[in-house]
Write a protein that binds this ligand. Sequence first.
Ligand code: SF4
Length: 221
Amino acid sequence: MESEVNRAKTILSILRGSFQLPDISEVCVDPFKTLIRTIISQSTAEVNTRRAFERLSSKMPITPKSLAEAENRDIEEALRVAGLYKNKTLVIKSVARIILEDFGGRLDFIYSTPLNEAREKLLSLPGVGPKTADILLLFCAGRPVLPVDTHVNRVSRRLGLVPMDVKDYEGVRSRLEELYEPRDYFAVHMLFIALGRRFCRARKPVCQKCPVNALCPSAGI
Ligand code: SF4
């Protein structure tokens, strides 16, 4: 285990030198906005997520009250570029209504409620799966969780940090959380995504140019 932890640390250190890491304080200015953006991003490319979120923001304030009261067609129109826009509109309206009515219009519980309880509360919301819950907890509240998206999942397996037979979200998350210190969770999440987008793509990974190829058991796949 110790050598695995050291290898995991070396990989992270190389990635820190290869990609720019955003400041965690800049990635979440408002948990509700982050939640809506993350719902929009589901099964959607980053560029289209950004366009849809900007269009929605230009039409109405991104607040629980405003979205709960908005006409479906106004939200749909803004989200059209993101795909699955009708379904996402229903989810967004529903989540906005619940946060408004049950949580007093705020997501403040993510900061202070015991971690597992806060996670369960988020998971009870429509459209919120483990990844979305963990993004809110880590990005907005600095809680010690490591969100696993499709890139983090793929990169972790190819690098041999997570065994190939561990397939479920919780299994991948807990393995990575064991390997890394909580203070590194944000960097691991962001830098594995950067590696996955730039080199370790789902199809045709660019292993020859990958900065961690010397440490990767899958190099050359
Ligand atoms: S060497 Fe190839 S498979 Fe390994 S992390 Fe880099 S791109 Fe992915």
